[in-house]
Design a protein around this ligand. Structure first.
Ligand SMILES: Cc1cc2nc3c(=O)[nH]c(=O)nc-3n(C[C@H](O)[C@H](O)[C@H](O)COP(=O)(O)O)c2cc1C
Length: 268
């Protein structure tokens, strides 16, 4: 088991220089600050083919895709050899990028049974750089990957345009944290422990309403100091409505806060 390898950061966006790249770079800076070797991989340079779900299912035994796929060979070897993983995805339609999903699905098909990444520290970064919708749902497939592969993932970094600076700082802190964790892998003792670990991670279990409230909260935190304090108070009103079981009204109150916050943000 490799416990001393490089921390790799995968930029799961077709844009080499976009926001995902900025966030992954910050996380790798954090990891590098501990003295650990880091490597950034641009997924756009290594696009994995779709798994063909071919039968007989030999790849789970010979641990090799039956079809030639240089990108997968390159990436899977990097994953097998590394000490920790940071996986960054742009959020597309409230979901993880297709390039990442193709990588994940092939990893599942070949390695889910043997789980060679067990105990590997990891975290995911999801940037919902448009409306901000999907800031959590876009991260879920990434954490599903970590969970199925028995990896020891720590909290995700959900990012929007509204919390970008703070999230970049958080990515750096977590990069430092997983670099430290990479010194000693700690695999889960059993399935139950693993499932509970993942249940305890923040953000991922949020309902759609909670996710939308988080997003609206991002917009209020980005408000200028002279903004109408009534905007942020709308979130407290939404909470009261929600607690009273008036869910639809609560959701609408959240949307109102989001719309007001967005309008001011875009004028800045
Ligand atoms: C096909 C597509 C779908 C998108 N869907 C969403 C979305 O659901 N929510 C959101 O906030 N942004 C969405 N965006 C915007 C991207 O998240 C945003 O451009 C992000 O910065 C992309 O990351 P990058 O800068 O690393 O390329 C979408 C962009 C594209 C191209």
């Amino acid at each position: 088991m490799n416990t001393s390898g490089t921390v790799i950061g995968i930029v799961g966006s077709p844009n080499h220089d976009g926001r995902t790249n900025t966030l992954i770079s910050a996380a790798l800076d954090g990891a590098a600050s501990t003295g650990r070797a880091v490597e950034k991989i641009q997924l756009a340079d290594h696009v994995v083919d779709a798994c063909k779900d071919c039968l007989p299912w030999v790849c789970k035994d010979n641990l090799k895709c039956t079809y030639p796929d240089e990108a997968f060979e390159f990436l899977s070897q990097k994953l097998l050899d590394c000490g920790a993983l940071i996986l960054g995805t742009p959020v597309y339609w409230w979901d993880t990028s297709g390039m990442i999903k193709y990588l994940i699905l092939k990893m599942f098909r070949i390695y889910a049974r043997t789980a060679p990444l067990k105990g590997m520290p990891a975290f995911g970064i999801g940037i919902a750089g448009g409306t901000g919708n999907g800031l959590i749902s876009g991260l879920r497939p990434v954490y599903h990957f970590f969970q199925v592969m028995h990896m020891r993932a720590i909290e995700p970094v959900p990012v929007t345009r509204f919390n970008f600076k703070k999230a970049t700082e958080r990515a750096k802190e977590l990069g430092e944290q997983i670099a430290e964790m990479a010194k000693q892998r700690t695999p889960f003792n059993d399935l139950e422990e693993r499932l509970l670990w993942y249940d305890a991670l923040p953000y991922l279990g949020m309902s759609r309403m909670e996710e939308r409230r988080l997003l609206a909260g991002h917009t209020t935190q980005a408000l200028p100091k002279n903004a109408d304090p009534g905007i942020a108070c709308g979130l407290a009103r939404a909470d009261v409505l929600s607690a009273a079981g008036r869910k639809l009204e609560a959701m609408k109150a959240i949307t109102q806060v989001y719309d007001s916050g967005l309008e001011i943000f875009e004028k800045k």
